[in-house]
Ligand binder design. Structure first.
Ligand SMILES: Nc1ncnc2c1ncn2[C@@H]1O[C@H](COP(=O)(O)OP(=O)(O)OP(=O)(O)O)[C@@H](O)[C@H]1O
Ligand SMILES: [Mg+2]
Length: 360
């Protein structure tokens, strides 16, 4: 019988697992939040992922449960584990992608390079941090942030007053995450796949360009990165995959600082928008790799194909468009040759029309 993977969440990441599932001969089912979502091609159930009974009923017919997003509550994840269901990544790992304060504390324990940070449950604590960091800081809501929502640069504590007020209204209390405002040269993303039995594969670290809080462009591999920093990024990625017990794909968002360090920004434990280039650009794309990893199958080769590695050391460039729009890979400089598009396979070196893909 075919292996069966159940994906909680019916968004575009689930959708993009469908093609590799077909190729691998895996049965993929999806628990979508509502009718008509991206992954409707495979949707077999519609229901609330916050409801344990709903997710348990969905999980009964699969070999492993994985995710399109990280919003499934810990109680539900733990309920699945208690019922003997393979959940990958599991709740112990996933908590660090769900809560940025937990992540910062754990990364300190693991000795990972990261920005100075503190938890602030009241404005005076934020002001104290500001006073110690040149009067500038980044304040984040620890949970539920995405696309830059829940991230704010502040100079005085009053600028986060509304967030402190919401904390006070929340019966659970809690705190905001405060970070030093990192002086970065650019942002990088390191992806690693890890199987439950321990095998790992690191992708080449890529450069990501965010516009209005959303990743708009990816350069793969990150152009002109020193070997020292590329190795440091890979070590952080594999160290975190192992140290946190991640199974499946892990993306580590990083800052490359102006003084030549890499610092961890945040984590995602699923395929990531910085890895779409790998669908055609690496021997094994991130969606196939995620399925392999969660099923504990041998991982595929994560090295870039010659085509996207392109002409010698010139990296490939994936231009990402909003949901459902074209994504293309092309050769940037140096020297920059605008309009020189890269295609896959044998046609890679001829200049044809850009290859369009759908996706985030
Ligand atoms: N400490 C920091 N110093 C400087 N810039 C920062 C810092 N933290 C975040 N940023 C900037 O804000 C962006 C969004 O931050 P972060 O990735 O934490 O938020 P998010 O909303 O969870 O992101 P995502 O869209 O990836 O889920 C980062 O990509 C970076 O450009
Ligand atoms: Mg981010």
């Amino acid at each position: 019988m075919s292996l069966r993977v159940g994906v909680v969440g019916g968004g575009q990441l689930a959708r993009m697992m469908i093609a590799p599932a077909v190729e691998l001969g895996i049965e993929l089912s999806v628990l979508a939040e509502q009718e008509g979502m991206s992954a409707k091609l495979a949707a077999t159930a519609v229901g609330d992922y916050r409801d344990l009974d709903t997710v348990l009923a969905f999980a009964r017919d699969v070999d492993v449960v994985t995710f399109d997003h990280e919003h499934v509550p810990q109680e539900v994840l733990r309920g699945l584990v208690d019922a003997g269901i393979a959940v990958r990544p599991g709740p112990d790992a996933l908590q660090y992608a769900q809560d940025k304060l937990l992540m910062r504390a754990r990364l300190d324990e693991l000795g990972m390079p990261q920005p100075d940070w503190a938890a602030a449950s009241e404005p005076a604590q934020l002001q104290q941090f500001l006073d110690g960091h040149g009067g500038r800081a980044v304040v984040k809501t620890p949970r539920g942030g995405y696309d830059g929502k829940g991230v704010r640069v502040v100079r005085v504590a009053a600028e986060a007053e509304d967030w402190f007020a919401s904390l006070a209204e929340d019966a659970r209390g809690g705190a905001l995450l405060v970070e030093e405002l990192v002086d970065f040269r650019r942002e990088l993303s390191q992806q690693v796949a890890r199987r439950p039995s321990g095998q790992m594969r690191a992708y080449p670290v890529v450069e990501t360009v965010q516009r209005e809080g959303v990743c708009a462009e990816v350069f793969a591999p990150a152009p002109h990165l020193t070997a020292r920093l590329a190795n440091a990024a890979a070590e952080v990625g594999t160290g975190l995959a192992e140290g946190l017990g991640v199974t499946g794909m892990l993306a580590v968002e990083l800052f490359e600082t102006t003084d030549d360090r890499v610092l961890v920004n945040e984590l995602a434990m699923r395929p990531h928008n910085s890895g779409h280039w790998s669908q055609d650009g690496a021997v094994t794309g991130q969606f196939e790799q995620h399925l392999r990893a969660v099923l504990d199958l041998p991982l595929g080769d994560a090295t870039p194909r010659q085509a996207v590695g392109g002409h010698g050391e010139h990296p490939g460039r994936a231009v990402l468009r909003p949901h459902g729009r074209a994504v293309r890979a092309r050769v940037p400089g140096p020297p920059r040759r605008e309009g020189a598009h890269l295609r896959q396979g044998a046609a890679a070196r001829s200049q044809g029309r850009p290859r369009h893909r759908r996706g985030r």
